[in-house]
Design a protein around this ligand. Structure first.
Ligand code: SF4
Ligand code: SF4
Length: 492
């Protein structure tokens, strides 16, 4: 399919005066990872070298260490991070959150989202390039293993085209075997963040028949990660990641991104040894020597010289590649660098725009709210509800009784004995299952029987106020209703 426009349309475009005609030769109207028929084009990025790659490698080691050690790290006896969606129990930085902490969880989520928006508006996809688990695992683990087993880009390409020999089979099977083992390891780590390390060890060491669900998820996670890192790769960032899709709405001309300095680089042209630098400059050429080194290292297959593109994960590989070219041709580094559009066009530094300021005010407000909620949160959360399906009973001594179910969540890391007292009416409150002692970070449930004299239940209803005491200290006051007969059939 040709990218050329018919002459008539070209003329129409050119006649639009100030509107710059589209350069159809360079205009990208297709994906770098698909051919014109939509078939996948496999990317073989060249191994990047340079100061950014070195820095990212160090950051990655720290992050990988944290990621794999994370499920084992405890703060006050609680996991650093646990997202137990099964039991609806969450631990963030050692603080346990229950479904009862819905408001705190919602505000935490909002802080996280607004933080992302501010960060992205100011610094673009810095997260994607340096800290996203997908990029870190893909570029710093799986890709490096691939380079080790199959060699650099040109060797990988040659291997892919080569006929199937014993050598090729060994390399391919070896690589995919390592990928599968790594995916199993990553899948287990994810499972540990969901169900906790104790449960994971039980699945690994116990009779498999007792943990069929856990084992199924283990296999599914392994296959999922293998699929992502062995096959899907950069497509996850381009098509699946919601954060990537949000970029177009969050970035503006002041956002710092990995950018090509077109003012310095254009007009691009091959460097000819016979042409002295002054003559090259006089002929209107910029610093870009059109060597394509920035394109060959790109793991998403794009040419950064076309401007900011949705596929770009800001991995900095093109910065390193271009810097080494600039070193060789004795030009200053930074033809591709971290910069904003305004920075390149007008030499402006990072601007604090009203939009950024607005986001920052919202974020500060949310952080304030979150702090208040966390520090005023009680250690024990109690709910009391009438037992489902029960009405009231008339006791042999003529008293009326109602049955309730009480649920107590202990958010501390110590055992908490809990007492309940009826505070607004004379009556009897009995815990059916004996004293409530809630173990650390757990939920206890008990039945409560409350007896009242019929005279206290007017028109079939009485309001109850129940005090909740933990360690002898009042921690909460609960309100509930007591029901009785509406008519006068019961002597009062
Ligand atoms: S690496 Fe630098 S000089 Fe070479 S094509 Fe890319 S931008 Fe131009
Ligand atoms: S354009 Fe540069 S920063 Fe963006 S993904 Fe490609 S190599 Fe990485």
């Amino acid at each position: 399919m040709s990218t050329e426009l018919p002459d008539k349309e070209k003329k129409a475009l050119q006649s639009e005066g100030p509107v710059k005609p589209v350069d159809w030769k360079d205009y990208r109207e297709h994906l770098a990872t698909a051919d014109r028929e939509g078939h996948r084009l496999w990317i073989y990025p060249r191994k990047p070298h340079g100061r950014y790659t070195r820095a990212r490698t160090w950051v990655s080691w720290v992050l990988l260490g944290l990621m794999f050690a994370g499920p084992f790290i405890r703060i006050n006896g609680n996991p650093l991070l646990l997202v137990n969606v099964v039991e609806r129990r969450f631990s963030i930085l050692g603080q346990i959150f229950w479904p009862q902490d819905m408001i705190i969880s919602t505000v935490t989520m909002l802080v996280f989202l607004v933080g992302i928006v501010i960060f992205t508006t100011a610094f673009g996809r810095l997260w994607c390039g340096w800290t996203c688990p997908q990029t870190v695992l893909m570029e710093m683990v799986f890709r490096k293993i691939e380079y080790f087993i199959e060699g650099d880009a040109h060797q990988q390409r040659a291997l892919a085209k080569a006929p199937w020999t014993a050598g090729k089979l060994v390399r391919k099977v070896g690589k995919h075997g390592v990928f599968l083992a790594l995916s199993f390891f990553i899948g287990n780590t994810l499972l540990a963040y969901i169900i906790g390390t104790e449960e994971l060890f039980k699945i690994v060491t116990d009779n498999p028949l007792n943990h069929l669900t856990g084992l199924t998820f283990m296999v599914l996670f392994t296959l999922l990660f293998y699929g992502i890192f062995a096959r899907f790769r950069e497509q996850a960032c381009t098509f699946i990641c919601p954060y990537g899709r949000l970029q177009s709405t969050l970035l503006d001309e002041n956002t710092i991104v990995v950018a090509y300095d077109y003012k310095r680089g254009e007009k691009r042209g091959t460097l000819k040894r016979t042409v002295p630098p002054m003559k090259r400059k006089y002929e209107g050429y910029g610093d870009c020597i059109d060597c394509h080194q920035c394109v060959t290292v790109c793991p998403t297959g794009i040419d950064i010289r076309n401007g900011t593109q949705m596929e770009c994960v800001n991995c900095t590989a093109c910065i390193d590649a271009c810097d080494s070219v600039m070193d060789k041709i004795k030009r200053p580094r930074g033809l591709i660098r971290y910069a904003s559009l305004n920075g390149i066009e007008r030499g402006e530094r990072l601007q604090v725009t009203p939009r950024l300021l607005g986001y920052a005010v919202v974020l500060l407000g949310l952080i304030g709210l979150w702090t208040v909620l966390v520090f005023t949160r009680s250690d024990v959360e109690v709910t009391i509800l009438r037992a489902p399906g029960s009405l009231f009973q008339i006791m042999p001594d003529g008293h009326l009784s109602n049955l309730y179910t009480v649920k107590v969540v202990n958010k501390t890391s110590r055992r908490v004995p809990v007492q309940l007292k009826l505070e607004n009416l004379p009556g009897d409150l009995q815990l059916m299952g004996g004293e409530i002692v809630v173990l650390p970070q757990l939920l206890a449930e008990n039945s409560v029987l409350i007896d009242l004299e019929p005279a206290l239940v007017k028109h079939g209803h009485a309001d109850l106020v129940i005090g909740v005491y933990a360690d002898g200290k009042k921690v909460e006051t609960l309100k509930t209703a007591f029901v009785g007969p509406r008519d006068d059939s019961i002597p009062k």
